[in-house]
Every structure is written in C-alpha cells, then in structure tokens.
Write a protein that binds this ligand. Structure first.
Ligand SMILES: [Zn+2]
Length: 237
C-alpha cells in the first residue's frame, strides 16, 4: 500500500476548506429539506457521505422511504455527488438507468442540473434524485417496461441525441456537420459552411459547433463523432 511520507502535510479535504463553511451550510439545509438523511464523516479517508432515507410522497398521500447513500467527490462542490440505491430496492438494469453498482444514472453529463454556484444546490440536486426515484416507482407500478418521462439512450447514442437536439433536431444538418464535430473536416473560419448554405463557416454554424464543443467537451466530442463518422463510412460501402 502506498503511504504518504510523514513529513508531508495531508491536503485538506473539501469539507475542511474555508473553515468548513460549505459543509455547515449544506448540513443546515439538508436537515430542513431531507430530515431522513444524515452526514457521516470518515476523517481517516477524508470523505463525507449522506446516508438515510429519501421519502417519496405520492399524490394520494402514501409515502415510500428509499434508502440512499450520497457520496461527495473530492472536488465537491465543483462536481456533483453520486447517489446510490443503498438497500438494493431496485434492479440494476440499464433500462432502469442504474449502473451495475447501484448508482443512479440521473442524466447525460453535459445536461447535468448540478449547479456548483447555487448555495441551495445540494437540495435542488436531491429533489432531482427524488424525481428519479419516483420514476422508478412509477415504472414498477405501470409495469409496461417504459420509462416514465424523458430519457437518453446509453453511450454514444445519448450524446448524438443531445447534439441533434442542439441542432434543432435536423438530422440532415447533423450528418453535414458530423465530420466537423469529429475535427476531421479541416473547415476553416472562411471556408464555406459544411451545412451547404453557401455562407462562410464563421457566419453560419461556427457558433453552433462551438456551443456543442463547450457543452460536450472536445475530447468526448471528437471520440464520439470520430466513431460516428467511421460507422457512417462503413455503412455506405
Ligand atoms: Zn451552416
């Protein structure tokens, strides 16, 4: 096992920074909004968890407690926490939007509703988790194998759907811009736009492509559309 040299000072865990202000603030809000959850601090590991129940209340008044475990990343609050179905209440199937380890798949990362700057962000995030868990109950009650509400496909397809939506749902436009999204078209600012409008790229879809790049992240975007272009090329052969 790797051991830190004893002379080296241990870096502060996120909950110790700024005098522990963020943790204190979150704790107070969680106690009011989610009284079934309580904080557990593992000083040794420098990690914080929220454990307990999130209670879902149906319109008819019946309440269902769900055991949950919330893990905070080391760079919290910059990045969102991970939420687990702690008592294995649900089957961990991809169609149910669970990872095999019981982690809730709440959304596609670029569509995350986590807001690091909102002081009430954790409560809002957990409200989204409650909606997700409520959808699980609906899914069971309806029993038709259809996810209630909006969902994304898994893997690359989910990202392609997201990009298509940003392009106003125009498949033709997505096809035309895909090589540019994969960074394979070599289009320059003053080149004709790949969409075929006859306008210069910088006056046409440059901004749309920049927005997509910002939301998805370049590494992810190049990888996904690189594969997408390769598949499209083999399909037409
Ligand atoms: Zn264009």
């Amino acid at each position: 096992m790797y051991r830190r040299a004893p002379t080296q000072a241990k870096p502060k865990a996120w909950y110790q920074r700024d005098g522990g202000g963020r943790l204190a603030q979150d704790r107070e809000r969680i106690a009011a909004a989610f009284p079934g959850l309580s904080y557990q601090i593992d000083e040794q590991a420098g990690r914080v968890f929220l454990e307990g129940t999130i209670t879902l209340v149906a319109e008819c008044g019946i309440s269902t407690p769900i055991q949950a475990r919330v893990e905070f990343p080391d760079d919290y609050p910059e990045h969102e926490s991970r939420v687990y179905d702690a008592a294995q209440r649900f089957p961990y199937e991809a169609d149910r939007h669970f990872y095999p380890d019981g982690r809730c798949c709440l959304w596609l990362p670029p569509e995350s509703r986590w807001n690091a700057k909102d002081p009430d962000g954790l409560c809002r995030f957990l409200e989204e988790v409650a909606v997700f868990l409520d959808q699980q109950l609906t899914y069971e009650a309806v029993g038709k194998g259809r996810w209630p509400g909006r969902q994304r496909s898994h893997g690359d397809t989910g990202y392609v759907e997201f990009v298509l939506e940003l392009l106003g749902g125009e498949q033709r436009l997505l096809d035309a811009l895909a090589p540019t999204l994969a960074n394979r078209s070599g289009v320059q600012r003053n080149s004709p736009c790949p969409c075929g409008s006859g306008m210069k790229y910088k006056r046409c879809h440059l901004r749309a492509v920049e927005e997509i790049s910002r939301k998805v992240g370049l590494v992810k975007l190049y990888a996904i559309f690189g594969r997408w272009c390769t598949n499209a090329a083999t399909d037409t052969k």
